[in-house]
Design a protein around this ligand. Structure first.
Ligand code: PEP
Ligand code: MN
Length: 372
């Protein structure tokens, strides 16, 4: 059961002490308090876990400061959508709003290689009015002999260049909790010129200790990739791990499933699950067309397969697109064959805008249909 308190409820007030005193006396009920900072107001949600079956929602609603009570299903308690649950789906981070209602493109390098390539990428993004990017510093690689990413060494120039080119959020994978500390230290040293969204890759979707560590910190939002060989339910539970540790600013990414049934694509594209994740949870949904398709193959209509699947995800309401670009794909150290070139950025963004407009028209159509 979730008790949603009045917006900006004063946690120092006598009413709050009374409420907490009452809740603490409930037998067999564990209490977890979550704060959700929106741009306008702060919401406090109190999660009651355990023996809540006997609690009457109408009575709980009469408790001081309680505005609304949501009875939750057992699944995805925090991130899930529950009956009569109108909690917001949005969060703000470093001046950017993420929600199930909008769309951001994170075009950038699969792996950081040189400062020149980072600068060229970010300059191209700025020229297109973009404030988000992807930059891989810690790369999980199949072979131990492959380039593993520059790690901490590249962070100072990545963050400084991001500041220079007006980038507000960088999606960056972490494969160990020490990487979160390194990112935090270097951001601090460089004066926090940008923000970071911590990415958990598909190989770590069920690395529960990593999930718990990343969930315990609340400085950075998290982009969780769906596991490539597990069920959707298992991956959504992985997201819930982050939230249950305290961080509910989570975006869920679809990136294709590992099976030869998707050949000749690198993975089987699973963007049909965009509306499913939005229905089951309140998380914004990201699609990664690059790691799904894995090549620059072009269809007879002169659109790349990567663009086609992007459009499919966006037309279905995706909220974020994570996509590999590179100033010189043939020299990229990781995933060059799937990277788009900088001279294709405007083309890609305009194509995304067309798909988004189609989605918005479809949503308006559905609203009209249900009004009639
Ligand atoms: C990536 O986005 O760089 C990446 C490694 O993706 P995934 O974890 O989906 O393979
Ligand atoms: Mn990659």
């Amino acid at each position: 059961m979730i008790l949603i308190l009045e917006p900006d409820a004063d946690l120092e007030a006598e009413a709050y002490r009374k409420l907490m005193g009452f809740l603490q006396r409930l037998p067999g009920v564990e209490i977890r308090v979550h704060h959700v900072q929106g741009s306008q107001q702060r919401l406090t949600e109190i999660y009651l876990v355990g023996d809540t079956a006997a609690l009457a929602p109408e009575e709980m609603e009469n408790l001081p400061l309680v505005e609304r009570v949501v009875r939750v299903a057992t699944e995805y308690r925090i991130l899930g959508r529950h009956r009569d649950d109108h909690r917001p789906t949005a969060f703000d981070y470093n001046g950017v709003t993420f929600s199930q209602d909008n769309l951001h493109v994170f075009a950038g390098l699969c792996a950081v290689d040189t400062p020149e390539h980072v600068a060229a990428m970010m300059a191209a993004l700025q020229a297109q009015g973009q404030v988000c990017t992807r930059m891989g510093a810690y790369k999980p690689r199949t072979s131990p002999y492959s380039f593993q990413g520059h790690g901490r060494d590249c962070l100072p120039y990545v963050f400084e260049l991001a500041g220079k080119y007006g980038i507000r959020v960088i999606a960056m994978e972490v494969t160990h909790e020490s990487h979160v500390e390194e990112i935090d230290q270097v951001l601090e040293q460089t004066g926090r010129p940008t923000g970071v969204m911590l990415q958990i890759g598909t190989r770590n979707t069920q690395n529960f200790e990593l999930l718990k560590a990343v969930g315990r910190q609340q400085t950075y939002p998290v982009l969780l990739k769906r596991g490539f060989g597990i069920t959707l339910e298992e991956s959504l539970n992985a997201a819930e791990y982050l939230a249950s540790e305290g961080n509910s600013r989570v975006i869920f990414a679809l990136r294709g499933m590992k099976t030869n049934m998707g050949d000749p694509h690198r993975n089987f594209v699973d963007f049909a699950h965009v509306p499913v994740v939005k229905r089951l949870t309140r998380m914004p949904v990201c699609i990664d067309p690059s790691h799904s398709v894995g090549t620059r193959a072009e269809a007879p209509d002169r659109l790349l397969d990567i663009q086609h699947v992007t459009a499919q995800g966006v037309v279905a309401g995706a909220n974020m697109v994570l996509v590999d670009f590179h100033p010189a794909p043939d020299r990229a150290l990781v995933d060059g064959p799937q990277a788009l070139r900088l001279d294709e950025l405007a083309f890609f963004l305009e194509d995304v805008a067309i798909a988004r407009e189609a989605y918005e028209k479809r949503r308006a159509l559905a609203a009209r249909h249900h009004q009639a």
